[in-house]
Design a protein around this ligand. Sequence first.
Ligand code: RIB
Length: 310
Amino acid sequence: MSVKRILVVGSANIDFLMTTPYVPSEGETVISEGAYTFVPGGKGANTAVAAARLGAEAVFCARVGDDAYGDRLINIYRENGIDLRYIKTDRLEQTGLSVVMLEKGGANRIIVYPGANRRINDNDIENAFYCYPDAVITQFEIGEAAVIQTARVANTEGVPLIIDAGPARRDFPLAKLEQVEILSPNENETEILTGIRPTTLDDCLRASMALMNAVDIKYVVLKLGARGCYIYDGKYCDIISPYDVQPVDTTAAGDAFTAALTHEYLRTGDIITAARFANAVGALTVTKVGAISSLPTRKEVEQFIIDSIS
Ligand code: RIB
């Protein structure tokens, strides 16, 4: 089977990661008992590296700042075999930075300073499509215009468009995406985009239908965390059960899920098979701390699936 080329148009961040016993409330100071680290992250970068580790040819269209973090991130992408031709070093803005507060049990809260990410422009995106991708993935962590331009070029060129709806914005003009192959929000993003929390099966269906009413989508895939994922194709729905793991850090699990879903969908043409595999990738990702540092290789995922059956 030929290697699939996935273009990711997305964010590159350095993550300032700190553990906390709980998230402070207003006016409160909490003492962290863990260490702090600066680790590579960003929804776009996590997705590109996850795709590469799973066997895709990953092409990353991004911007980093002209600073030490930018250099460090590019080196990490190089080590992971990412095609770097469409990554620009921006002279006006700093590298994107995320503050990740990691609670016991693996839940996180994130604040992002987008920096150079918001300067990805129409030309950057048009040029990147010269890599002739089999699919393009983007998220909402870059500027709205860049997401819409990615959709426009993808639709003009006939490249399947996969949207990971993180971080969701209530006012995002979904209709401007025109045609989406897969739209995959998590629970919070689903609620922000539709006003419906996907708690029950009925809620999942109503939310998926609301998304399909807003824009032409082939598959809605709701990421439901520890409850697996929900797939809707406009007619049928399916719940794909989760893998049972002990989470230590959920950061990047959604990004890894979307990369895996896209890659397996391209390889097999079957969304259910792809979602099962993506659930395994998401599950493995939450068992390690950090974003890029927690992304599994294809071999690790295959072994994990075998171990889970036996
Ligand atoms: O999805 C996880 C990512 O969100 C983190 O790596 C952080 O950079 C934020 O962008």
